[in-house]
Design a protein around this ligand. Sequence first.
Ligand code: F6R
Length: 365
Amino acid sequence: DKGNHRHFMEKEIYEQPEVVTHTLAHYIDFAKGEIRDGADKLDFAALDRLAISACGTAYYAGLIGKYWFERYARLPVEIDVASEFRYREMPLTGKMAALFVSQSGETADTLASLRYCKGEGVAIGAIVNVAESTIAREADAVFPTLAGPEIGVASTKAFTCQLAVLASLALAAAKARGTLTRAQESEMVQALVEGRRIFGEVLRSVQPRIERLSRELSQYKDVLYLGRGTNYPLALEGALKLKEISYIHAEGYAAGELKHGPIALIDEAMPVIVIAPHDKLFEKTASNMQEVAARGGRIILITDEKGARAVSLKTMETIILPQVADIVTPILYALPVQLIAYHTAVFMGTDVDQPRNLAKSVTVE
Ligand code: F6R
């Protein structure tokens, strides 16, 4: 049942404030301001590395997770798409664990990677949305996302719930490894708890502007997404979401890679969506944006008040989000990124919930 929404995808986008809260509450004791005991059913303290693997959108969630595990828990992470992981003959040495991320829990390559690691005696964790799935059954430790059934083929609420779990696990790992003080834990937890309160309001407030922008975007053939740090995987996710449901060609790049090739493509016919909260890396991304503008590129900037004030160049559109803590930004910035893909696809008149050639659960290789 789509309720009063036109598509399941839209309904699922708007369910995020609720399901992300629900998921966070599974790992975080809101009242005490702590990560719950048992949030780290993998022995993070004993590990010297973690391997993360997944496909598509779940892989991009894992990529953001890598930044968090390394930054907060000082735990080195290797990450691959599952279709490469399973064949690349990685030496599974030392004290390692493997973490798989999957909405359906049935993705063939992810499952094969899990079985490969299991066969080598590696401890397995799985972040899954479907509790009774094969991946959930075969993992040693299951970390559920509580997104509820996701019907739209393009993943939205499962992605932000995966981020909520990965943030919680990275903090749990940091606690276990002694890289997070009690005060830092309570500050980060507070940031997540407060962050989720604004998601609903943000969805409602950005929507009119995004609809206007999307009408315009639907006229273009190519779109480039740029981001740095945890905004880089979000750029990849934005491009994937746009191409899969609107069929507009889109690419995501690390902002710093712009001058290593893609800058050759910049002209007025390819809008550039820059995902750049005013964080430590903002100045660097802002200078990439100048390079785009200097070549006649049209910029769509997704940022906060501070970021908007810091750049003087003319944009095609600026979407302003509230200023939040670093650990909350990927979840918050995912919302406009999803809405842009959704509304653009609606203007294109595509079958948003069932895009051509795609299946919800990819059980073949
Ligand atoms: C994109 C999308 C796919 C899936 C991928 C993995 O919107 O839905 O890229 O993320 O097929 O699926 P799961 O998470 O079920 O393993």
